[in-house]
Design a binder for this molecule. Structure first.
Ligand code: COA
Length: 163
């Protein structure tokens, strides 16, 4: 077990520092390991940004890290578009699942979106990411109609939520 599991854990979310790009890349790789075999090699490569790409994302948008105590356990990125705030690269370490880390990351992104005056938040996911789809629908996301597309050979659809 990566973390002890007390009944209630405090999850802290803050923006990742440039020096934490490698930590962020690691969390993404560990979190997606269990579903890696469901992706084409091209889709997996695009799903797992490297350190340089993550540093660029920190300059162009936001990358958050979630912590339990001093341990980094999850990440989420966002970038602004005219139609709203787009989220990507949600990942929680398998040893820290079910503790509300994903929910805390989403809440922070929504707070950020509201503070920046965005009316909507968007994200893309694939039909086999069951935990993610459940998390997003509980958080109030719904299907953005007509958004189904192919992501390097993997089906992809877009969800949206009004802020
Ligand atoms: C999707 C993902 C980010 C969710 O992270 P998480 O921190 O477990 O999410 P939360 O704890 O906020 O919510 C998980 C829900 O599952 C339940 N759960 C309980 N134990 C769990 C476990 N071992 N694993 C997963 N979920 C569990 C929780 O009760 C919770 O429901 P609740 O909000 O009603 O309490 C995580 O599963 C993950 O990284 N998956 C692989 C990568 C991925 O799919 N990314 C999304 C790309 S679009």
């Amino acid at each position: 077990m990566y973390l002890e599991s007390p009944a209630v854990v405090e999850v802290r979310v803050r923006r990742a520092r440039r020096t934490e790009a490698a930590t962020t890349a690691f969390l993404l790789r560990v979190a997606f390991a269990e579903v890696a075999g469901l992706y084409t090699p091209e889709a997996l490569a695009a799903t797992l940004p490297d350190v340089e790409t993550l540093r660029r994302r920190m300059d162009e948008g936001v990358v958050w890290l979630a912590f339990v105590g001093a341990t980094p356990v999850g990440t989420l990125s966002a970038y602004p578009r005219p139609e709203g705030l787009h989220l990507r690269s949600m990942a929680v370490h398998p040893g820290a699942r079910g503790l509300g880390v994903g929910r805390a990351l989403l809440e922070e992104a929504e707070r950020f979106g509201r503070a920046r005056g965005h009316g909507r938040v968007f994200l893309r996911t694939t039909p086999f990411l069951n935990h993610a789809i459940a998390l997003y629908s509980r958080a109030g996301f719904s299907l953005h109609q007509g958004s189904e597309r192919d992501f390097h050979g993997v089906p992809l659809f877009e969800l949206e939520k009004s802020l």
